[in-house]
Design a protein around this ligand. Structure first.
Ligand SMILES: Nc1nc2c(ncn2[C@@H]2O[C@H](COP(=O)(O)OP(=O)(O)OP(=O)(O)O)[C@@H](O)[C@H]2O)c(=O)[nH]1
Ligand SMILES: Nc1nc2c(ncn2[C@@H]2O[C@H](COP(=O)(O)OP(=O)(O)OP(=O)(O)O)[C@@H](O)[C@H]2O)c(=O)[nH]1
Length: 448
């Protein structure tokens, strides 16, 4: 998950100016898409050491003092809930106001880091005059000029130290954890032995810490892979003998620990309820998946069989339409070599990141060419989409009605993402989030 940084402050203190300053150019690209109103700007900032999502919570009209306070409370509450770090901005030219003091009091209670910025300190003279802000008695205090880029980079340095580390660069270097699951007798042990027979086993299975967790580390093309929980799988010709029956619970436990799951089916059999249960769990658990149809040698096939079998798998496992299907034989070794290639491919998609501008281009096209159905008699409006994580790729979508996005529309969006980006072998996770209450309250007053 990329961390979220929110800018909070009274109107006119310079929030948009700082937003653009951090963005590195004027206005967020999200503003350029036509037909979409936004009360908050979001941008994906990746020009500093750590990437983060920046939210400008500004944009409310100047109003009465009472209303201002209320809006600022709402704005801050939103930031306190959504953001990982809050930049609270004040204005040296207008001095410390009661609204500032009020918000500072609120923010002091939050357990998240808050940076207190006094803006419009364009020169040394104002620097001295900003002394009154010290009465807030806060730790992270900065005098800056967003417009003249004074003090901003020092503040960013500290922000970088404060932001949590994102695992982004190491995503692909780590070892790929593979689970092999399937009903008894489909040939899991034979497959694993074939697989390991081809590759260099680094660590032989030895009893793990728990009763039945035994993993095997092996190398292939200089890359490490961990074959999870090979205890339930008999190592033929080795000394491992008496092992308990490989149960569905064992399968679920291995799936939980894996990145990529090989769902093994027996080409000779139909698909059973147990196959569906296991495969369904792979999907639910958000793991990458490859179907391995074993014992292909045992089929007496003409040309049609392959296509028919694909059709059957697609029909029985509709929700796993993204998973590649391999036809192999552990007995003859046929196409066993394709397994690791396929694991690599889906792992790459499982850990893949798409830039926010790319996501939004496709997202805007998708939501404009096919509107979501009305919910509670109101249009479901979408504002912005961004990828916030991998394993599996996860997206946050900001909308006016996060609770009311129908699953069929969610499926539609997922399909459009797949058409555009591929994401072969991996599930996608969409999360819908609302805007701040202030906007919702305003919409209630003037329904559009
Ligand atoms: N002198 C000076 N003026 C600044 C500075 N930063 C912003 N301003 C000015 O302050 C005014 C308000 O700036 P904005 O960035 O629009 O303020 P905002 O907080 O986003 O305002 P809202 O959108 O109403 O919430 C503009 O006229 C800016 O040019 C600064 O560092 N020094
Ligand atoms: N014809 C054919 N038989 C196979 C193939 N793979 C495995 N078998 C046979 O299928 C039977 C079951 O294979 P295993 O590898 O023990 O299956 P498993 O899924 O590990 O079974 P459990 O340990 O009971 O869960 C054995 O008799 C194997 O010889 C294959 O590709 N083709």
């Amino acid at each position: 998950m990329k961390p979220i940084v929110a800018i909070v402050g009274r109107p006119n203190v310079g929030k948009s100016t700082l937003f653009n300053r951090l963005l590195g150019h004027r206005r967020a690209m999200v503003d350029d898409s036509p037909g979409v109103t936004r009360d908050r700007n979001y941008a994906d900032i990746s020009r500093f050491d750590k990437p983060f999502i920046l939210i400008d919570t500004g944009g409310f009209e100047p109003v009465t003092e009472d209303r201002l306070l209320q809006q600022m409370r709402e704005q801050s509450t939103m930031a306190m809930e959504e953001a990982d770090v809050i930049l609270f901005m004040m204005d040296a030219r207008s001095g410390l106001t009661p609204a500032d003091i009020e918000v500072a009091k609120m923010l002091r209670r939050v357990k998240k880091p808050v940076f207190y910025l006094v803006n419009k300190v364009d020169g040394d003279k104002l620097e001295h005059e900003s002394a009154e802000f010290y009465t807030l008695g806060v730790d992270r205090f900065y005098t800056i000029s967003a417009e003249h880029n004074r003090g901003v980079l020092d503040m960013v340095d500290d922000l970088m130290d404060t932001l949590p580390d994102v695992a982004e660069p190491s995503d692909r270097e780590e070892l790929t954890k593979i689970a092999v699951v399937g009903r008894p007798n489909v040939g899991k042990s034979s497959l694993v032995n074939r697989l390991l027979g081809y590759e260099r086993v680094v660590a032989n299975p030895t009893a793990g810490t728990t009763r039945d967790s035994v993993d095997t580390l092996f190398m292939c093309n200089k890359k490490p892979y961990l074959l999870i929980d090979t205890a339930g799988i008999r190592r033929k010709g080795k000394t491992v003998e008496k092992l308990e029956k490989y149960s569905v619970v064992d399968a679920l436990r291995s799936i939980e620990r894996a990145d990529v799951v090989l769902v093994v089916l027996n080409a000779e059999d139909g698909v059973t309820e147990q196959d569906e249960r296991i495969a369904g769990y792979v999907h639910e658990a958000g793991k990458a998946c490859v179907f391995v149809i074993n014992k292909w040698d045992a089929l007496d096939k003409d040309n049609a069989t392959f296509g028919l079998y694909v059709e059957k798998v697609r029909m029985e496992f509709k929700y796993l339409a993204y998973a590649p299907i391999l036809f192999v034989s552990a007995k003859t070794g046929q196409r066993i070599g394709k397994i690791i290639a396929s694991v690599d491919e889906v792992m790459e998609q499982y850990t893949r990141r798409v830039s926010t501008s790319e996501v939004n281009r496709i997202f805007t096209e998708a939501t404009e060419s096919h509107h979501a159905p009305l919910a509670h008699g109101r249009r479901v409006k979408f504002y912005f989409a961004t990828q916030v994580g991998t394993r599996p790729p996860s997206f946050v979508i900001f909308t006016n009605q996060p609770e009311s996005v129908h699953f069929s529309y969610e499926r539609y969006l997922v399909n459009r993402f797949r058409e555009a980006f591929g994401f072969n072998g991996t599930p996608l996770h969409l999360m819908f989030r609302g805007r701040d209450k202030k906007t919702l309250a305003r919409q209630a007053h003037n329904p559009a």
